[in-house]
Design a protein around this ligand. Sequence first.
Ligand code: ATP
Ligand code: MG
Length: 161
Amino acid sequence: MKSSIKLIMKPKWDEIEKIRNKSSNFLVSQGISNNSIQALTMVISELVENSVKYGKFLSPKNTVIINIHIDENIVTTEVINPVDNTVFKHLKKLDKTIQWIRGFQNPLEAYTERLRVVSKKPLNDEDSGLGLVRIAYEGKAILDFFVSEDNFLNVSALSNS
Ligand SMILES: Nc1ncnc2c1ncn2[C@@H]1O[C@H](COP(=O)(O)OP(=O)(O)OP(=O)(O)O)[C@@H](O)[C@H]1O
Ligand SMILES: [Mg+2]
């Protein structure tokens, strides 16, 4: 079974709930189990939040694009947003975080380690840095990313449904 959906979102916080609902309706229509739907909507929310937080939306035409592909029991979510040079330090952190997660045998270890570090940080620290490890551990997903020549960041999460 192969199917996919493309959702387009304005980069605003209150749009995220609509995307969660649309994604979950699509996954229900494809017969995905409730547990997987919960995990996948968490993955989508975390990726979309990052896009809204770190993307560079210079023109009103700029949006966040969410592609969900299902192929047999593999679900891939891609979240795409525009970037520019000012986001470079975040792209480096994104790369470092993904590499760091890959260095653990088991994503639970990465998650536990991250929680330990976060618990020592001051409460007002904005970057709790938990989203991607949560995707890897709770979402049991493999993360990847690339930046296209025309400056769109594509972050993907692949998991078994
Ligand atoms: N879409 C993105 N564009 C640019 N940088 C990103 C993007 N997503 C993540 N990053 C970078 O990767 C870092 C880790 O992301 P992650 O979601 O794990 O943590 P966070 O967003 O800082 O905190 P939290 O998700 O817990 O609120 C971010 O701090 C940011 O620097
Ligand atoms: Mg985040």
